[in-house]
Design a protein around this ligand. Sequence first.
Ligand SMILES: [Zn+2]
Length: 299
Amino acid sequence: MHIRRYLHVSLAAAAVVILLKMLAWKLTGSVGFLSDAMESLVNVLAAGFALLMVSIAGRPPDADHPFGHTKAEYFSSGIEGLFIGLAAALILVEAAQRLIAPHPVHSVPVGVALIALATAVNGLVAAWMLKGAERLRSIVLEADARHLLADVWTSAGVMGGVVLVPLTGWLWLDPVVGILVALHILREAYQLVARSVDGLMDKSLPDVDLLAVEQLLEPYRSADVQFDHVRTRRAGTRRFVGMHMHMPAHWTLGQAARCRLAVEKTLMDAMPGIGLTIETLPQGEESHQEERSPREPMP
Ligand SMILES: [Zn+2]
């Protein structure tokens, strides 16, 4: 079965789960159940985002988008992060009102039964997707399944809280559980927005990738050949590396091209799918647009 098939099923299951949880919230008036429903909504958005990423980002470059479509994910993760932040804010407002004016939760057995059913659906779909992720070696699918599993634990905690309210008479317990879930959701929203901003701002590749590039270039460095202006960025799953390659001015164009080709092949073999730009220049000369290395401070 294809990855998209799994993601479609997870979307359908999530829709059912959300409906069950919203129903439980309406019946009981529990803030905990509201937060649990919102957490599931977050999962639907995450699954939808994964589906979008797989389909749009995977498109090959075309005439209008010569660098490919890998940046598509930053739009969706940014918007998704904002929606998730809104969901968390909604829970916090509801919980604060309930702390100020406490009142008991209603129809606890029916509510808990609905949440238990939703949790069973989540757990089964997550287990099935984990198997699929292993078979297809898909990180996207695995991340989606782990989300669902985390949701199962949230539901268990929320159910525990709601069951304890009528037993202990602690009316504050339900809103406090809701606040804890909201804070967790808020953390997720922050991570999504941060990732989107990093991507749109062309943040450099992680140090481990920079080190790998330096190590690959090392054997080619000599009195004749120098590299500078090494710059990296990522767009979605795609990594881009650019650099200057300085060679003696008396070398023939053919000689320089052969040397450049060897460097290019080494990098492409070691980092598959990399977007590589090697500008060749004579020693001691820089291109007009970047006389100054980007690592040097401005005067
Ligand atoms: Zn240079």
